[in-house]
Design a protein around this ligand. Sequence first.
Ligand code: COA
Length: 150
Amino acid sequence: MQITYGPLSPSEWERYKNFRLKALKEEPEAFGAAYDEELLFPKETWQQWITNMMFALEDGTIVGMIGAVPDASLPKVQLVSFYVLPTKRGQGIGAALIKNMINKFAREKQIVLNVVPTNIDLMPYYEKLGFKVIEQNNEGYLMQYQQGHK
Ligand SMILES: CC(C)(COP(=O)(O)OP(=O)(O)OC[C@H]1O[C@@H](n2cnc3c(N)ncnc32)[C@H](O)[C@@H]1OP(=O)(O)O)[C@@H](O)C(=O)NCCC(=O)NCCS
């Protein structure tokens, strides 16, 4: 099956909402968020959030996602909401999502992500993709993409 990568428009917010809420319900530890709260978020919130998202689509169906939240004052984005459907994992979809974000932002911005203690096993994976730990904080480890990584 062909996987394509790209944004969805704000008018498609319900597809994103359904995908995220299902992921949040099934694997809450992967997100720093609460299903019950997000269920109540208004349409406007989803329409705003979707503008930061990149999706992996298989025949038009969402199978993965990643978000890049911009910093208001610094040339920096934080990668969040990194998720691939369990049945689609291990095929390089996650790596392709991250590489898409690197291609989009690396020239102008620092790219960081937080690894929470429950996801510590993923650190070597992020290192392979060009990220390095720059800080240990309350939430776990902050990793930053190293410019020029091949
Ligand atoms: C992390 C995630 C998005 C990766 O998606 P994916 O499409 O399977 O990624 P890829 O196919 O590019 O790569 C899979 C790699 O992740 C590694 N991996 C995935 N989950 C892992 C885990 N829990 N522990 C250790 N390694 C893990 C695999 O070993 C593989 O490594 P390899 O490249 O050396 O073979 C997916 O596993 C997922 O959605 N997990 C649940 C949500 C989550 O934890 N998100 C990250 C929050 S920091």
